[in-house]
Write a new protein. Structure first.
Length: 420
């Protein structure tokens, strides 16, 4: 699966059971990416424009506009990023059982699109929390089936590249979204409502593209005798390789400060004006966009473990710079570059590694299991960091997060599949 395993024994770039090279390609040349990967990348690009428009303004809207405390924001941010974990297993298993990954992904995208107009009507914390929970339910429903489609469309030795291309296209939307939100905020009298309205229109376009252009790959359904249940999902953890990957992802997720907190900390460290806040995600997205494909290819060549843990070292460097950088003019550029590098080295790479450890008939459920553990861990991290900031202050809370992350990275170096 990789050029060499950890013992230095040569291994084929593509295992014998991998799909043959695409017709019309010469030996030694990369096969063209499957249409499924490119079509899903386009859907994700459009959808991320919509999502990131909201994400870019949400922290400021809640903290500055509605006066939410750091603890309250931590709860809401954790809800926004963690509630999807409750339905990821269901989405993955239903896709596996019925062989209809596209249908499940489409339902998830459609549900999230319906939530965007509801933000126009939600002006209290409970209402906003309910809308965000529904939006994340849609995200949870679609994520595992979408990633299953990508992994099933790519040869094992090319999965890092396939996920890298998809994540790069997805992040292109994250680049456009904050810019569009920034322009809308500057040009509209009712800035936040205008952002939510444009976001809703873009989300609807993404669903339309998925329906019309994503190939409906139908896989062999899981036999009816195999129940779609949490017990069946947890049974996949008997596979040692998947268990090691999942545990490392969960522990590292517990030490991951959410994007919104990173941007708020960066604004405090630099004294950035509120009107520029919506552009901070743009820096992270730009680095993610530029590095996703190169790091995906690197993971195919040198092993996913090294790249994945290297990404968390980049996150540790982000924490260090926020703690020590002060008002240095290069601080925003360095933090955002490393922050984007963290995502480029971990997001798609983790899914490629998990796909290697799960049989095809359980691909959606296996990926959902890893995603669920990571999402729950990040939900807990948001709550913990928000509480620590409220009680101790931002700097002590970040010091604790950095110390925990360093310890977990060191502990995850060995418990990982040897051929990864």
């Amino acid at each position: 699966m990789y050029v060499a395993d950890s013992r230095g024994t040569p291994a084929p770039a593509v295992p014998p059971e991998s799909p043959a090279a695409a017709p019309g390609t010469r030996p030694g040349r990369r096969a063209a990416l499957a249409p499924t990967v490119l079509a899903l990348g386009t859907v994700s690009l459009i959808t991320d424009v919509s999502s990131e428009m909201v994400t870019a303004v949400l922290p400021l809207y809640l903290v500055a506009g509605l006066g939410l405390s750091p603890l309250g924001f931590g709860l809401l941010d954790g809800l926004y990023n963690g509630v999807s974990a409750l339905v990821r297993l269901a989405g993955g298993h239903l896709g596996d059982r019925f062989g209809r990954h596209k249908l499940l992904a489409g339902l998830g995208y459609g549900l999230s699109a319906l939530c965007k107009p509801l933000l126009l009507l939600a002006h209290t914390l409970p209402a906003i929390g309910a809308v965000l929970a529904l939006d994340r339910t849609g995200k949870g429903l679609r994520t595992a089936p979408r990633d299953a489609l990508i992994s099933l469309s790519a040869a094992p030795g090319e999965r890092g590249r396939a996920f890298g291309v998809h994540r790069a296209m997805d992040t292109a939307g994250a680049l456009i979204g904050p810019i569009l939100a920034f322009l809308v905020l500057r040009g509209a009298a009712e800035g936040y409502d205008a952002v939510f309205t444009v976001s809703a229109c873009v989300a609807a376009l993404g669903v339309l593209v998925l329906v019309l252009f994503v190939p409906g790959r139908r896989t062999t359904p899981t036999p009816a005798a195999v129940p779609v249940s949490l017990r069946a999902s947890l049974g996949l953890l008997r596979r040692r390789d998947l268990r090691r990957i999942g545990v490392c992802a969960l522990l590292l997720g517990l030490c991951t400060v959410s994007d919104a907190f990173v941007f708020l900390l960066l604004q405090r460290a630099t004294g950035l004006a509120d009107r520029w806040f919506a552009l901070l995600p743009l820096g992270t997205a730009a680095a993610f966009f530029l590095l996703a494909l190169p790091l995906g290819r690197l993971a195919d060549r040198i092993g996913r473990r090294r790249v994945f843990l290297g990404g968390h070292l980049a996150l540790l460097a982000v924490y260090g710079l926020l703690l020590t950088g002060g008002g240095h003019p290069a601080l925003p550029y360095a933090v955002l570059l490393l922050h984007g590098g963290f995502y480029a080295a971990t997001d798609g790479v983790l899914m490629a590694a998990a796909a290697d450890a799960v049989p095809e008939e359980h691909r959606g459920g296996g990926l959902a299991l890893v995603q669920t553990g990571q999402a729950l861990a990040r939900f807990a991290a948001s709550l913990g960091f928000g509480a620590a900031w409220t009680v101790w202050g931002a700097r002590p809370a970040l010091l604790v997060a950095a110390a925990l992350l360093a310890a977990v990275v060191a502990g995850c170096v060995r418990p990982w599949p040897a051929n990864s």
